[in-house]
Design a protein. Structure first.
Lengths: 174, 287
């Protein structure tokens, strides 16, 4: 893509649009906003293509990180001042999607979802609140009514355990 | 001064963007000089990236693919895009934004009666949001449709700047030493209504903020009156309330009205009348 090759951009889109759009829409809960952000993400990827160092590995991590950042930025800019209150309507502790419900589940998704299901509930909850709602550790502590230290511990333990559970399979997530 | 161990503890939450702003900034500074931490952060980001799979996949609208490719083609390679750079500078000169594309956004306060502290919060938020709107336009600047969008946003920005100027004026009026304040209470027509008027006898500028007024029926509106003893009431501006019964109006007091001892609000025909005909909803004395 650094060659300015549109075919490469198209390939990137074809490969990653489902997971990226799913992620962005989950964060924003709005199809229209999510489509806006999805375009932003790919155009930003296009513009930064020259900087992207392909020896560092596949673009998945970079793209997903970018998509999540842009989505969280948009979430904040949408004036979600009452985010802490309104997000209680959305189940932060919702079950990780059941494989049977999603027709487009790939092997990669299943690996991650299985790992998440194995995490203790309170650790998974903290990770999902941080990742999908964009809360800081303090905000999570406030929302759960838990001490900040507890939240930090759960976040750390959750991430370490997730990494262990994924093990070598994290290399497959691309 | 945080130790290296302290910074390492921040890496996991930072991979989740769950640090407070100050902590995140402090860590970012450390990362500029520490390759070991950068590498470790990168590996944690690979783990957090997998969380994306916890969301259900979804298919965007079919036209997005073509639109993205068209826009990419239009943008061309970034480095060679000097025309884009010139346009971007032109757009940035329209705004006074601090040029930040960072994700640190000011939350827009919910719109209530303007207290002086909320005015500034809202002003900052308006500027940032307008600036952000402008920045995201830069991405599609070659697209003709987006040029129209730029013009629209420039106009929006001018309007915001005007609102801002008005809001600043209001604030200075509300807090200026020479300004007066009158408190109005509801009459039997609107027992829960209340209002205050900040006014300046020198300039005649007045600002009314009212709450608790029932919405005016169709064809009618509220009107402000300036009452000087021994003279018929002098007409002020006409206004309506929003859905919550709140109203704000900037008005200019007639020169004879600046010594008003009493203010009143009545319900009149829409468009106002030269002498009061309807019932009074609010009244109060000048301070």
């Amino acid at each position: 893509m650094a060659r300015g090759d549109e075919e490469a951009l198209a390939a990137l889109y074809d490969r990653y649009r489902l997971i990226l759009f799913g992620l962005i829409q989950r964060i924003l809960h709005s199809r229209a906003e999510a489509e806006d952000v999805l375009q932003e993400v790919f155009l930003q990827a296009w513009q930064k293509a020259a900087d992207f160092d392909e020896t560092r590995g596949r673009p998945f991590t970079w793209l997903v990180t970018l998509a999540r950042s842009r989505a969280i930025d948009r979430l904040r800019s949408l004036g979600a001042r009452d985010r802490l209150a309104t997000s209680s309507a959305r189940e932060a502790t919702e079950e990780v999607a059941d494989a049977a419900d999603d027709a487009i589940l790939s092997e990669q998704s299943e690996i991650v979802r299985a790992a998440l299901r194995e995490l203790p509930e309170e650790q998974r909850q903290v990770l999902l609140l941080a990742y999908f709602e964009g809360f800081t550790q303090s905000e999570i502590a406030g929302r759960l009514g838990a001490p900040l230290g507890t939240v930090k511990t759960r976040m750390r333990s959750g991430m370490i355990k997730l990494r262990e559970l994924l093990g070598e399979k994290v290399q497959l997530i691309r | 001064m945080p130790s290296h161990e302290d910074y390492k503890e921040l890496l996991i939450p930072h991979a989740l963007d769950a640090l407070e702003r100050a902590e995140a900034r402090s860590l970012e500074e450390h990362l500029e000089d520490c390759a070991e931490c950068r590498t470790e952060l990168e590996s944690w980001r690979a783990t957090t990236a997998t969380l994306a799979f916890a969301a259900e996949t979804a298919e965007p609208s079919a036209h997005l693919r073509a639109r993205i490719l068209d826009d990419a083609r239009a943008l061309g390679q970034p480095k060679a895009n000097t025309q884009a750079k010139v346009k971007r500078e032109a757009i940035e000169s329209v705004t006074n934004h601090t040029g930040s594309q960072s994700s640190n956004l000011v939350q827009m306060p919910a719109r209530r009666a303007w207290s002086s502290t909320q005015i500034f919060g809202a002003i900052a938020a308006s500027l940032l949001i307008a600036a952000l709107a402008i920045s995201s336009i830069v991405l599609w600047q070659r697209n003709k449709a987006m040029e129209a969008e730029t013009a629209r946003l420039s106009r929006l920005l001018r309007e915001r700047e005007q609102e801002l100027a008005k809001a600043k004026e209001d604030k200075s009026m509300l807090t200026a030493p020479g300004s007066n304040m009158a408190m109005l209470g509801g009459t039997e027509m609107a027992k829960d209504a209340r209002a205050r008027i900040a006014y300046d006898r020198q300039t005649g500028r007045a600002m009314l903020i009212a709450d608790g007024l029932p919405p005016a029926p169709a064809g009618k509106a509220y009107q402000l009156w300036f009452i000087v003893e021994g003279r018929p009431p002098m007409p002020g501006g006409v206004f309506n309330t929003d859905a919550s019964g709140h109203a704000e109006m900037r008005d200019q007091m007639p020169s004879e009205g600046r010594n008003a001892g009493v203010f009143a609000v009545t319900l009149e025909r829409a468009g106002g009348v030269p002498a009061p005909e309807g019932k009074a909803y609010l009244q109060g004395k000048a301070s």
